[in-house]
Design a protein around this ligand. Structure first.
Ligand code: 13P
Length: 255
């Protein structure tokens, strides 16, 4: 498996943070700091901030994404936003399956599959999140959990469509807790995900497939995590809200 075949992707997941005015200010602050990045840079922002973010990022190397999408085209789904609507707003990237959606908003492996499918059908790139709870890690079933999440989400996804999928491995116990997986723990699961992609598709697909790590990645630990063979980037929560910290992670991925 050859890391040089893959371009790292550093994506911020802003979660439920920032007003449109604050979004403009933060993107403007990040822009010059990541202008010479040798990796892809993405900021996934709340729906209401998308227009401000797209406008502020115009002409820069920052791509703007959303944090979720609904599977239906349109209809009676109060409070939801469809992939088609996002695409029409000029958004090409979306996160699906984040553990906060699974834990607090009832997302299941099946609805994550459906949201992923809708995003692909609308020509979008998906950052698909998977990861185990602490109890599952302690029961030694991390790979069973992660592989069933991956298999269900990717059911019916063609090899061509796989080019528009990134998997973010986010152990739930490491999210927002300041408790990062060790680089070896991150590598072990990211590598296993790549092997699963090889099994489900083929080695060529697996070699170019981007697997991110997420969970308390920050300016200090990014170098070590991103130095691992199978960790091709990061999905960053807290540290993506501070321009210098986010830029430091982008720099670590650009080496
Ligand atoms: P933190 O970086 O705040 O731990 O969040 C990780 C995450 O959930 C990114 O999607």
């Amino acid at each position: 498996m050859n890391k040089s075949l893959r371009k790292a992707v550093i994506a911020g997941n802003w979660k439920m943070n920032k007003t449109p005015a604050e979004t403009t200010a933060l993107i403007n602050e990040i822009k010059p700091l990541v202008a010479d990045a040798d990796c892809d840079v993405v900021c996934c922002v709340p729906y209401v901030d998308l227009f401000a973010a797209l406008e502020a990022a115009k002409g820069s190397n920052i791509k703007i994404g959303a944090e979720n999408c609904h599977w239906a085209k349109s209809g009676a789904f109060t409070g939801e936003v469809s992939a088609e609507m996002l695409k029409a707003c000029g958004v090409d990237i979306v996160i699906t399956g984040h553990s906060e959606r699974r834990t607090y908003f009832g997302d299941t492996d099946v609805t994550v599959h459906d949201r992923t499918r809708a995003a692909l059908d609308n020509g979008m790139t998906v950052i698909l999140c998977v990861g185990e709870y602490l109890e599952q890690r302690e029961q030694n079933i991390t790979m069973e959990v992660v592989s069933s999440q991956v298999k269900i989400a990717l059911a019916g996804v063609s090899k061509e469509e796989l080019d528009r999928i990134i998997i973010a491995y986010e152990p739930v116990w490491a999210i927002g807790t300041g408790k990062t997986a060790t680089a070896d723990q991150a590598e072990e699961v990211c590598k296993a995900i790549r092997e699963l992609i090889a099994e489900l598709y083929d080695k060529e697909a697996a070699d170019k497939f981007v697997v991110q790590y997420g969970g308390s990645m920050n300016a200090k630990n990014a170098d070590e995590l991103l130095g691992k063979e199978d960790v091709d980037g990061g999905l960053i929560g807290g540290a993506s809200l501070k321009a210098p910290d986010f830029a430091a992670i982008v720099k670590a991925a650009s080496k």
